[in-house]
Design a binder for this molecule. Sequence first.
Ligand code: SF4
Length: 356
Amino acid sequence: MIDYRSKTLDELEQLIRSWGEAAFRAKQLFKWLWKPGLSDFHDITDLPKALRERLALEGFLYRLDMAGMAASRSDNTCKWAFRLFDGKIIETVLIPGSNHTTLCVSSQAGCAMGCRFCKTGTMGFSRNLLPSEIVGQVLSVMEQTEQEIWPRNLVFMGMGEPLANFENVVSAIKILTHQLGLNFSTRRVTVSTCGLVPEIVRLGRTTSAGLAISLHATTDELRNRLMPVNKRYPLKQLMEACRKFEMPRRRRITFEYIVLGGINHSRQDAKRMARLLNGIPSKINLIPYNKVNGISFREPTNQELHSFQEHLAKKGFTAIIRKSRGKDIEAACGQLWSKINKKIVNDKKLSMAILD
Ligand code: SF4
């Protein structure tokens, strides 16, 4: 059976042509596939009846099954858990902002990268998500929210390492940014990676999406301990890949830096960071570590956080301290696969959970 929602427009055109139909039928179909609410081919009223019947016979409209939802009482951040066709659970986080809303999507069920500060990293890897499962998170959230808060920014920072699922993530980006698809601006789509060097370079050559690097340490010694990927691609190689990353002028690479209390925020760290990022158009996000049960790091104090920010400012960087969002529902960075997932796993009958 064909998963039409995993197909880019080019792939749909090939398919529709192979059925002896005109290519413009693929455009009509593609547009409908990404209309919130479509669940039946018979509702695609501008396609001939025979084609609608063939579509229904040979394939399906993959819709994610909502398994749970939690809304933060403090900042309106919402987290959804979706159950996939094989029972795997993934999570998606909607973060309302003053001007625009950001959606943080998952690219894999679980993650093989094993970053020490990340809850998802402790659950192991299940499988790559299909393009329809990646874009389906966006569509499902749109179907369940008012149009005023539909996301304008998309970040691949949910569960999984997006560049380890390269082909499907690229197909998803093509669907998300096509004007007949979900029509996101490529400037508003960011792929975040822990540092898969060959794929970073490939991403810049294949799409115009933005790049975020999860940096989190300024020496190989510490980064090896925090992020096993660093043993494969140490900092020097990672920075070379960033220098080679092709991006439109005036774009910058975002460096995400989780500040771990007492560990990675010294004056020397700021100095080393300046050397590492030298010559790379960049911006730095400082993310105070969020306490996760079972992981032994501590949150930084305000003083630690602000003095690191000042050290970086003295080196000429604008480092923005990112407020943690959705902490009360464990939707903040590094916390996914937590409360809501455990509740769903423990209670198969649960269809919606608004958690305290
Ligand atoms: S931080 Fe990202 S890459 Fe690292 S284990 Fe967590 S989900 Fe995987």
